[in-house]
Design a protein around this ligand. Sequence first.
Ligand SMILES: Nc1ncnc2c1ncn2[C@@H]1O[C@H](COP(=O)(O)OP(=O)(O)OP(=O)(O)O)[C@@H](O)[C@H]1O
Ligand SMILES: [Mg+2]
Length: 428
Amino acid sequence: MGCFPCLCRKGSSTDDDQGEASRKGSKQAGNNDDDENAKPNTSGSVKNDGGNGNISAQTFTFRELAAATQNFRLECLLGEGGFGRIYKGCFQSTGKVVAVKQLDRNGLQGNKEFIVEVLMLSLLHHQNLVKLIGYCADGEQRLLVYEFMPLGSLEGHLFDLSPDKEPLDWYTRMKIAFGAAQGLEYLHCKANPPVIYRDLKPSNILLDDGYNPKLSDFGLAKLGPCGDKVVVSSCVMGTYGYCAPEYAKNGELTIKADVYSFGVVLLELITGRRVIDPTHPVEEQNLISWVRPMFRDQKRYPELVDPLLKGLYPTKGLNQAVGVAAMCLQEEASVRPLMEDVVMALRFLKEGPLPGATEVPFTMAKPPIPEEKPQSFPSEMSSSNRSNGSQCRERSRESSRSSSSMHSVHSEESPLTNKSFCSKNVRL
Ligand SMILES: Nc1ncnc2c1ncn2[C@@H]1O[C@H](COP(=O)(O)OP(=O)(O)OP(=O)(O)O)[C@@H](O)[C@H]1O
Ligand SMILES: [Mg+2]
């Protein structure tokens, strides 16, 4: 098994460094004797197909991908994002069905995302990350070939459902939250150095036939701090509404920014509402500001639940899921939980009741809920007394220490108070 070479430089790093690191990484991965930091860390647990750090993804010609997508036919279009269009394709020789992303050819930014995505997905392998099959860098063309995810993105199953489409049930929602949390836990705690995903949102959570989620779109992912190093982003990227306040305002980027985004997605799963939704009354258009005052009042949690669930949810499960979301959405990054704590909490929420269980699993009415503080994990959910959490905890302490020494590079208003609306990836 190979491992993920540390590509960070000494001292603080910026987005420009990241681009440089990525370019370097493509040449140096696992094979650099000059830089101490670039040596593969033998304790790293990231699987690498090549074994020596080389990129394992296949290369394709533009002609091959044009043939697979019937010349990028409109009928094959699966969706369009901030970086380009995605088509369904099929290789005639093998019958393999894939998703082909054709990046917009306007400028360097797209090329940088392309390189980061190829590097990240070639080196990171987990059941909850989408697989990169290959890529094409023919002349000006930049394309990425992924495994095809038959159920598309979570966004298509959660919002604006047509009347004939079945809404996701409670346990499927929790299963999706759990899988997405596991993907982030892998990036934060098991990849070495840690990876900050930076773009968690429902359209980037893809679903297989069994509603198992996989994170996609690693073009914005960044290597997290190595040792006592700090990541200060001079160029804040992400999607409006999902970005943690300290990152959007000051460019302070730690793994806790992903934890915040996860809290947003979990709340969207519970409520069936988009984080920013101009179709609601003004005071409810921003999901986070609408829900935040309710976090302290457990009796009001049933008001949050997606009406499409028709009351079919376990009361305890709802209380705990909202409690987890509240923890993740705390303004202060350092007090947000680690993804390993979140995974631990959600593990129990995704399971339906055991046969013969005495507790009534679902509630149709709104029973009285005992007053309880939602802002803390039950003791069995805390990882502080578990030995396998030590590495991630150590990193978390480093990241919270380092965030206090970061200097502000941005002074804009938090996107959560901004009235404009954008669901695509943008420079914030
Ligand atoms: N591997 C895949 N298999 C099946 N469908 C996919 C795959 N990848 C993407 N899609 C579909 O294409 C849509 C567009 O994805 P894309 O990542 O380009 O844009 P986005 O997530 O909406 O925006 P952004 O550019 O901000 O990430 C997704 O919402 C999903 O429905
Ligand atoms: Mg996307």
